[in-house]
Design a protein around this ligand. Sequence first.
Ligand SMILES: [Fe+2]
Length: 132
Amino acid sequence: MEAAYNHNLYFSTMSPDGGGEPEGSLKVALDDAFGSFSQFKVQLSALAAGQFGSGWGWLSADKAGKLHLLSSPNQDNPLMEGGGKVPILGIDVWEHAYYLKYKNLRADYIKAFFDVVNWKEVSNNYEKLLKG
Ligand SMILES: [Fe+2]
């Protein structure tokens, strides 16, 4: 189940027209939590790159709208930890996600991932959570 949930989120937040930066309430929340969008990117990239073996890097939000970065092994995700953190963006760092194009260069894949993130969709996920 988790594998399907994780991949649905992953593919729904990617677009060939993606990239750039989020706007609106998500931008404000990212600035609050991490100082800036670029700091957020650095931190999530480092987490995802550092996840040992297969797994995921996540941007999650709680009901109060606070953002959290997490990584998890295999097909785990932040919902499984309890505590009400709901993923709004996930980076698949299983080797199958990047091996064809990037070989073992996970960091290059993560960098390229940010060029295809559909921030409108991530913002929608965030705003849906806030509305509860
Ligand atoms: Fe995957």
